[in-house]
Write a protein that binds this ligand. Sequence first.
Ligand code: URA
Ligand code: CA
Length: 433
Amino acid sequence: MRMVDIIEKKRDGHTLSKEEIEFFIKGYTKGDIPDYQASSLAMAIFFQDMNEEERAAMTMAMVNSGDRIDLSQIHGTKVDKHSTGGVGDTTTLVLAPLVASVGVPVAKMSGRGLGHTGGTIDKLESVKGFNVEISEEDFIKLVNDNQVAVIGQSGNLTPADKKLYALRDVTGTVNSIPLIASSIMSKKIAAGADAIVLDVKTGSGAFMKTLEDAEALAHAMVSIGNNVGRNTMAIISDMSQPLGRAIGNALELQEAIDTLKGQGPDDLTELVLTLGSQMVVLAGKASTLDEARQLLESAIHTGQALEKFKTFISNQGGDASIVDHPEQLPRARYQIHFQAQKDGMITEMIANEIGVASMMLGAGRQTKEDVIDLGVGIVLNKKVGDRVTKGDSILTIHSNKENVDEILDKLQESITIEEKGEVPTLIHKIITE
Ligand code: URA
Ligand code: CA
């Protein structure tokens, strides 16, 4: 096989065989196929697309390019949840202990990554002592004993994706549905998921800005999952404004605890129950979504979910007393209010801009070397649709710097107050095939 023939075939709009896709992925991972040929093929795919079979083959070729996590020793169906990323997305922190408390095994591998806040691991590390550097053996034992554990990314997972994603980043080929979908799905499958629940975000704070693009990506991923034997479904949820009220690491951990107590923000609670119900059904712990939702609601009301969270924290070396004493969490030195400049209704809180403001406070990493400030962030006292009078506090900025003028300017641009406007729908669509 010659790489140039594969490039020409795709360039001319033909379908690549599984063998051709495997030849490309194997050769590129090993270094036998140079970047210029790989980037040429990526561009051909960008323009000519891939059909369902090609997308599935691409995904599995990337899965097979490196290690795979073997979760077969864990009893039950391992359902993984993946979010395409947003601002203040506290869902994993709530979902993991919540669904575990009704018997769904959660074996979560998580990274740190770049972004407006840290990742799930960074947020959990606001609890003193919490440790994700555990052996795979201990990880599996913890999930079997307590249904939930989180481990830091280890091993050589999907090296083909790593290399190809970096290449796409500099060759104008990131924004291609078949390439994004296979990239995300390969990572989930390599991490051992039997079934996958996807939370595809749409809006200013999301990777997919429009509903149309989010839908196309969701369909592509669901179809890949189902084609390779992983029960997969997707929810398309709003990310035009931040999710919940907290953006930050310790702040979001606190928000997760509140939500597990049944005192969380409405939107976060609703999204968690929607995603959670799907996970419970996929894991076979309930036969209908209604039944699943009732199980989850009851786990919150009885305190069972919160208990699960405490055990999860202490199992991994964390001090679970923070659940009852959240004042022990890292906290920023200054709390500064951002006030309404006039009376009216909040019609816009641009998620992406508020995310950047959190990053400027030190809540997230811009480069891998950046150190996160766990206590800082932003709390939304109002959300889109709320009425305000001049002088009301819209946001509280949690900062370790006294001067936040630059951040106040940024926030000024991201919040709009008008006579009236529309409240965005939280859950746009549910896609099962
Ligand atoms: N996220 C991924 O993991 N891969 C992509 O290709 C795009 C976003
Ligand atoms: Ca939040």
